[in-house]
Design a binder for this molecule. Structure first.
Ligand code: ATP
Length: 361
């Protein structure tokens, strides 16, 4: 099911006369293609949950429209939209068994959709098998691990075959190992069902690893939408560049002069055809090549061994942030006792941004 957001805005009124309204979602206008897994990504308070709640119908937009397929669902109540919802706290019924929890949404079906008890149990078994909890049907939620509980919640959301599956931080209650495992599972389940799935996370790595498309948001404003690798390789602005990638991209105050990029007094890269101006220079950790004759000199702090690679930690008077992290192959021989380290830069890993607007140049 394709989901279209058309000029969608949600404004929460100020709580008192002095306060300002909050525009949690500001004029969202994009299409979520049928059958894909979409990650809504951004820092706390950027409007991710509000977007999801607008799509599910739990919130009413201030203006704009939402379409499922060709159908305008903007005014439909949640129960008529055909969405499956999974929240961070699994919200299972504690006194019901796993099977009864999964069957629950089917019991309210009316008219032609009404199902016999046997049909409901068969359907529950089918989705339980899909999320691999069919061995646990007789247990109560408290007898399950967090990961298993979340699978029950996913099964319950899938049992009516939703038009759209919505997940709000579904993995954040799980420990690190289970989180990794469950996100792979989520990907598999989504592929097998083909249900258009939108999930919210503030964890960029999580969103990058399983999404077909990521939507990066900040302060209610859409920053960029695209395939994870494309957004990483071609960030639209400094915020997106800094939000994606670990270690974080390294940002420097810089300047373009006579077709060259300067950081401090050094011309580190060519920038043919670009006008003289103050800029931000952002360099991915993997964009540094140790090179005795390289144009960019940093003050060496320490070298951290990570196995196949090493992390070179250095500083520079024009950097923002606490230090510069570059990831280079362990085969590079950098003198750990040296005062400075020199680099040449991989042009595709260096991004230039307007100093004022922070838009990509
Ligand atoms: P988090 O990751 O912390 O859950 P989020 O990206 O999901 O954040 P939202 O919960 O969508 O963000 O909130 C977006 C903005 O709207 C925030 O500034 C929040 O304070 C505000 N907001 C959300 N719900 C309401 C409400 N019911 N009344 C007033 N303001 C609200």
């Amino acid at each position: 099911m394709q989901v279209v957001l058309k000029n969608l805005t949600k404004r929460f009124p100020a709580r008192n006369k002095k306060g300002a309204d909050v525009i949690a979602v500001n004029d969202f206008d994009f299409t979520i293609p049928d059958g894909q897994l979409i990650g809504l990504l951004g820092p706390s308070g950027c409007g991710k949950s509000t977007t999801l709640n607008l799509i599910s119908g739990l919130e009413t937009p201030t203006s704009g429209q939402i379409f499922f397929g060709g159908e305008d669902v903007t005014k439909l109540p949640p129960e008529e939209r055909g969405v499956g919802l999974v929240f961070q706290n699994y919200a299972l019924y504690p006194h019901l068994t796993v099977e009864e929890n999964i069957i629950f949404p089917l019991q309210n079906l009316k008219g032609a959709q009404k199902m016999t008890k046997e049909a409901m149990r068969a359907k529950a078994r089918e989705v339980a098998r899909l999320v691999q909890i069919d061995q646990l049907m007789e247990r109560k939620p408290k007898e399950l691990s967090g990961g298993q509980q979340q699978r029950v919640a996913i099964a319950r959301a899938l049992v009516k075959i939703p038009r759209v599956l919505l997940l709000d931080e579904p993995l954040s209650n799980l420990d690190a190992r289970l989180r990794l495992q469950t996100r792979e599972e989520l990907r598999r389940i989504q592929r097998e069902t083909g249900v258009t799935t939108i999930f919210v996370t503030h964890d960029q790595e999580e969103a990058m690893s399983i999404s077909d498309l990521i939507v990066v948001m900040k302060d209610g404003v859409l920053q960029q939408i695209g395939k994870p690798q494309d957004v990483y390789d071609e960030p639209a602005n400094l915020f997106v560049a800094q939000f994606l990638g670990t270690p974080q991209i390294n940002t420097f105050e810089g300047e373009i002069r006579a077709g060259k990029v300067y950081i401090g007094s050094e011309a580190v890269l060519d920038a043919p055809g670009k006008k003289d101006q103050k800029i931000w220079v952002a360099i991915r950790p993997e964009g540094f090549i140790p090179d005795e004759n390289g144009p960019f000199t940093c003050k060496l702090d320490r070298i951290e061994v990570m196995g196949r690679d090493v992390s070179v930690v250095s500083t520079h008077e024009k950097m923002t942030g606490r230090n510069i992290r570059s990831i280079v192959s362990a085969e590079n021989t950098i003198d750990p006792a040296g005062e400075n380290v020199r680099f040449s830069l991989k042009p595709r890993k260096v991004f230039l941004f307007d100093r004022e607007s922070e838009a990509r140049l």
